[in-house]
Design a protein around this ligand. Structure first.
Ligand SMILES: Nc1ncnc2c1ncn2[C@@H]1O[C@H](COP(=O)(O)OP(=O)(O)OP(=O)(O)O)[C@@H](O)[C@H]1O
Ligand SMILES: [Mg+2]
Length: 360
């Protein structure tokens, strides 16, 4: 699939912008704070209804305005779709597909698959488990509607259970109602655990192959799912931890504490990998997402690379750009030096200055 164009009005620092992309490699370059990442954010919102940074809608509306718009034209499976996002300051956003408003953001699912790659993603191995869970979730939620539903319900139930446990401290008679939330948590939690395991199994072979290529065959990277609790034991363990959980007012067992393990030659890279090794593993993981999306939905996703090239040495830059043939890619950077030096193929270049496309 490809993004043909993005039209912005009163979005971040853009009063008005109309940008038409090439189906292959696009470069958006410019000095700091000119609005490069904001364009990628708009594309990401069109695919997922949310900001890649987790910003609330009102922060994405141009300062001083009450509404903002994103209109994105997408081509998928030979058909064209128009995705309209209407951001409103004090109301939830409006979304329309081909001018027909949709009621739930989840109906946007499947029209535009996006992989967003930022320098933060290069730290996914060395950062805490929260970032690694976010990786699984953001990927699976784009690929699997049922997972999105189960995860949303799991998170909601978890929040309600934790709140109830705090209330029980002051009002012990509420204790009887806890088992209702336990049952729900177990029901959704088990589904989340099973789907995550399946996903990691699916992706692990791809990651190993990609990593072997990047490292010139020197490293065999293995990833495995590290669930906080296995699905079959979740119920028992939750009941077992109940008194402790009540004491601290939070749920100590469940997939909200899962992790992914990365090993090379039996060494845990999260703890013992060199910085370069950790970053290369992150790159392998990120690139495997493209493959998995393609395998699952039969089309390549759109890849957004926000300032990552300058973070990679030239070998890894070469590998990354060399593996993207046939994938629409939108790259932001502050200068074109790397591209000129390495003679990378570029199909379209945009120079952004203060929220406008300048003549390059
Ligand atoms: N709601 C908003 N209204 C107006 N301007 C905003 C809003 N939100 C952010 N900005 C401004 O947008 C500008 C550009 O942001 P952006 O992150 O896209 O820059 P960038 O070109 O990617 O820079 P860098 O190279 O540093 O990553 C910032 O100066 C910021 O103050
Ligand atoms: Mg930026």
């Amino acid at each position: 699939m490809i993004i043909k164009s993005v039209e912005l009005s009163n979005f971040r620092n853009y009063e008005q912008l109309d940008i038409a992309f090439d189906e292959k490699t696009n470069i958006i370059y410019g000095d700091n704070a000119q609005g490069k990442t904001n364009i990628l954010e708009a594309a990401y919102v069109s695919g997922t209804s949310k900001s890649h940074k987790g910003s609330p809608d009102k922060e994405m509306i141009r300062f001083g305005e009450t509404e903002g718009h994103i209109k994105t034209m997408v081509e998928k499976g030979g058909k064209e779709y128009q995705i309209d996002i209407h951001l409103r300051k004090n109301k939830s956003k409006g979304i329309a597909i081909n001018k027909v408003p949709i009621k739930k953001a989840s109906e946007l699912f499947g029209f535009l698959n996006i992989i967003f790659f930022s320098p933060d993603d290069l730290n996914i191995i060395k950062d805490g488990p929260t970032e690694r869970r976010r990786f699984i979730d953001s990927e699976l939620c784009q690929l699997d509607k049922i997972y999105l539903y189960d995860l949303t319900n799991y998170k909601k139930t978890l929040e309600q259970r934790n709140r109830l446990m705090k209330d029980i401290c002051f009002n012990p008679s509420l204790r009887d109602t806890l088992s209702v939330w336990d049952d729900k948590l177990i029901e959704y939690g088990k589904k989340v655990i099973r789907r995550r395991r399946e996903f990691i199994d699916e992706i692990s072979g791809i990651v190993t192959d990609i990593h072997s290529n990047i490292s010139g065959g020197r490293e065999i990277l293995q990833i495995s799912y590290e669930p906080n609790v296995d699905d079959i034991f979740f119920g028992d363990e939750l009941i077992h931890a109940r008194e402790k959980d009540l004491k601290y007012g939070q749920t100590s067992v469940g997939p909200h504490r899962d992790d992914i393990k990365f090993t090379i030659a039996n060494t845990d890279i999260r703890k013992f990998g060199s910085q370069g090794q950790q970053r290369t593993c992150a790159l392998s993981l990120k690139l495997s997402e493209i493959k998995i999306v393609e395998q699952t939905i039969g089309e390549k996703p759109v890849l957004l690379l926000d300032d990552v090239l300058s973070e990679l040495d030239s070998n890894r830059q070469n590998f990354l750009l060399g593996s993207l043939y046939d994938t629409q890619t939108i790259i932001t950077c502050t200068g074109l030096d790397d591209f000129v030096k390495n003679r990378f193929q570029i199909n379209k270049i945009f120079h952004i200055v203060e929220g406008k496309i300048a003549d390059s």
